[in-house]
Design a protein around this ligand. Structure first.
Ligand code: NAP
Length: 255
């Protein structure tokens, strides 16, 4: 007898995950593979660890080395993914960078670099992916990786906050236009997660303590904490969820 747990299975689906070489992207890719999905991993660097993990689970896995800051990357990624795997069903726009500087000193380059990867690349890749699904008459799932700074201002992170706030808006407008076409668009907003990006915060003892004290769960998140949310949003279990940003933040936003 089928149960609700079957709704979460991703057997036979293909997931493109950007920024899958390490950190949150690597853990989410492995979570999707554990639920049954085959993977297309996108990063500039090597995603060998994730490839190994996917192979151990018996999943097919293709790596595409691409710099998402380049305009041509999106079309290339979707067409290479389709020719390697035969289909695509799930897109996780996870790749992201941060530039920490005071608002007064932030350079044009620090503004532009962050927008190129965190917002423009998500727009382009989502558009190419959705166009492909519509032409193939296939349903699909797009999951953007937002941030606490999609909701809050932060400090010394102006380009990051602006891009992640815009990504939240983009999630809603895409959901409005793509829901009627059978494509769900949602986002995950991770809280403070222990990865390379946040290493400087954890290295500063006072800042580290202040962050932990403000998190109701009393600890940093781990990349594995995102597995459940990404599998849910990638699966049939979330078919009636559109345009929502799910915080996985140990309660940070509730404070
Ligand atoms: P991370 O450990 O630094 O990993 C970033 C990933 O993005 C890497 O796989 C990197 O791969 C890829 N990437 C960066 N620039 C790229 C480019 N130009 N082209 C292709 N790939 C690129 O970061 P993370 O902490 O896992 O963060 C992942 C996402 O979660 C980001 O969007 C981040 O803003 C968001 N987030 C993180 C936290 C947190 O606390 N860690 C909280 C909220 C939101 P290569 O360097 O190999 O290209």
């Amino acid at each position: 007898m089928a149960t609700v747990l079957d709704e979460f299975r991703l057997d036979g689906r293909v997931a493109i995950v950007t920024g899958a070489s390490r950190g949150l992207g690597a853990a989410m890719a492995l979570g999707l593979a554990e639920a049954g999905a085959d993977l297309v991993l996108v990063a500039r660097g090597d995603a060998a660890q994730v490839r190994k993990g996917a192979a151990a689970l018996g999943r097919r896995c293709q790596s595409i080395k691409a710099d998402l800051a380049e305009k041509a990357a999106a079309a290339k990624i979707v067409s290479e993914a389709v020719s390697a795997m035969g289909r695509v069903d799930i897109l996780v726009n996870n790749a992201g960078i941060i530039r920490r500087n005071s608002f007064l000193d932030l350079t044009e380059e620090e503004w532009r670099d962050v927008f190129d990867v965190n917002l423009d690349a998500a727009f382009r890749l989502s558009q190419q992916f959705a166009r492909h699904l519509v032409a193939a008459k296939s349903p699909g799932k797009i999951i953007n990786v937002a941030s606490m700074l999609s909701f809050q201002g932060g400090i010394r992170v102006a380009s990051y906050t602006a891009a992640k706030s815009a990504l939240n808006g983009l999630t809603k407008i895409m959901a409005n236009e793509l829901a009627p076409l059978g494509i769900n668009v949602n986002a995950i907003a991770p809280g403070y997660m222990a990865t390379d990006v946040t290493a400087p915060l954890r290295a500063d003892e006072a800042q580290n303590r202040a962050i932990i004290e403000r998190i109701p769960a009393g600890r940093w998140g781990s990349p594995e904490d995102l597995k459940g949310a990404v599998v849910f949003l990638a699966s049939r279990a979330s078919d009636y969820v559109h345009g929502f940003t799910l915080a996985v933040d140990g309660g940070w936003l509730a404070r």
